[in-house]
Design a protein around this ligand. Structure first.
Ligand SMILES: Cc1cc2nc3c(=O)[nH]c(=O)nc-3n(C[C@H](O)[C@H](O)[C@H](O)COP(=O)(O)OP(=O)(O)OC[C@H]3O[C@@H](n4cnc5c(N)ncnc54)[C@H](O)[C@@H]3O)c2cc1C
Length: 380
């Protein structure tokens, strides 16, 4: 398999670097410190085709594949993890769910707005008491005539306040039974649908994370995605693809931290020589470079299977698990290579360090990825 960028990937990477230098890099620390979600940036990214990367052109998207999508998310994350996370969540989760499971009317109604960046998408699976055990959710959707009435709260939802539309998973059957969850599209402004607390986070601070609250929120049956009771299976498939994007997010953060460390190790002198001359530092760089390339291989393996439409639950879990742990290790070593300066906000590595940790948690923790991988190995 050839992991070199194709011409399209090279063009995308260049476009993102130019865009990021002008529109992201100068502001990222301000957004981080103020926890500002820069919604206007995402409108601009929509104009560049970055908000509907996988959406076919007939619905206003870029019509690209997973290799290009990995390039988009990782190149953005190299500069800013928060913007990378929001790009991944918008493309893979809300947009992805409607793209893969919505009917023609729903696709025509929502995908052009999401792909153009005019609308920001949110996706609500997690609740306060059901994170890893998301299938045990409390949020309910009750049938009333031709409508559904939603009640409950979703937590940790990316774009929970700013999102114009949310795909929401709710329980439509008895607790702890099979096929008891259904997916719905809920627009902002629907009576009974509000946003709650915004989380004050360690990292990824420019990516908004907040509660979605449903209090007798009535929606038409036409907002249901797919069949009643299919929601959880849909969500797991959405996450299979989503995990490739979180792996790409991890890869971008790791590459950003590595490249900054490599430059610094050559420039910083101690004991009359560049610190890169000390084996302790050079070996850290060697570990970083090796693990980054290994991550890349796992990510492209999963992306290749996804492009071919082959089942890739194990491969995407492996890519997400490995790449996210590598991002944390690389960012930690990067702070060490920068010494005291790495512990300040004057250099980029402290932000990589804070942002990286999310990658081992969001869209399934590392422990849950190991569960998915081991189940798949054991039942092969
Ligand atoms: C910044 C951010 C953005 C997010 N965005 C979204 C979003 O847009 N939409 C959405 O629906 N969710 C979102 N999430 C939620 C995220 O997916 C959950 O936080 C994650 O799935 C973990 O759930 P939890 O936080 O409840 O942890 P818990 O499930 O309570 O886990 C706590 C610990 O127990 C471990 N654990 C749990 N069960 C097992 C087990 N069976 N075996 C071994 N270990 C186990 C976990 O690995 C973890 O270490 C987001 C979270 C964050 C932090």
């Amino acid at each position: 398999m050839d992991f070199n960028y194709t011409d399209t990937q090279t063009e995308i990477a260049k476009m993102i670097r130019d865009f990021a230098d002008k529109e992201i890099r100068p502001y990222l620390m301000e957004w981080d410190e103020q926890q500002k979600f820069p919604v206007e940036l995402f409108h601009k990214m929509g104009a560049l085709g970055l908000m509907g990367v996988l959406v076919p052109q007939e619905y206003g998207g870029s019509g690209l594949g997973y290799f290009e999508y990995v390039t988009v998310v990782s190149e953005i994350a190299k500069v800013c993890g928060s913007i990378g996370l929001s790009t991944a969540a918008h493309n893979s989760l809300c947009t992805g769910h409607i793209l893969y499971f919505g009917n023609e009317t729903q696709k025509k109604q929502y995908l052009p707005k999401l792909a153009s960046g005019e609308w920001i998408g949110a996706w609500g699976l997690t609740e306060a008491n059901t994170g890893s055990d998301s299938g045990n959710m409390r949020c309910t959707a009750t049938r009333e005539g031709s409508d559904w009435v939603l009640n409950g709260t979703k937590n940790w939802i990316t774009h929970g306040i700013t999102g114009n539309v949310a795909v929401v998973l709710a329980r439509t059957g008895e607790p702890r039974t099979r096929n008891n969850i259904t997916a719905f599209i809920v627009e902002k402004g629907t009576p009974g649908f509000t946003s709650g607390k915004k989380e004050n986070k360690l990292g990824m601070r420019a990516s908004e994370t907040a509660e979605l609250i449903f209090d007798n929120c009535r929606i038409a049956d036409s907002q249901r995605i797919g069949e009643i009771g299919e929601g959880f299976k849909q969500a797991m498939k959405v996450l299979d693809g989503g995990r490739i994007s979180i792996a790409a997010l991890s890869l971008g953060i790791a590459k950003g931290a590595y490249e900054a460390s490599l430059r610094y190790a050559k420039e910083r002198h101690q004991f009359d020589q560049p610190i890169a001359h000390f084996q302790a530092i050079a070996f850290k760089l060697a570990d970083m470079a090796t693990k980054i390339e290994a991550s890349e291989m796992l990510i492209y393996q999963a992306a290749d299977l996804k492009n071919k439409g082959t089942k890739m639950t194990k491969e995407s879990a492996m890519a997400k698990y490995y790449a996210s742990e590598v991002a944390v290790q690389t960012a930690t070593d990067a702070v060490q290579i920068f010494g005291g300066y790495g512990y300040t906000k004057d250099f980029p590595v402290e932000k990589y360090y804070r942002d990286a940790k999310l990658c081992t948690i969001g869209e399934g923790t590392s422990e849950i990825q190991k569960l998915v991988i081991s189940r798949s190995i054991l039942h092969q």
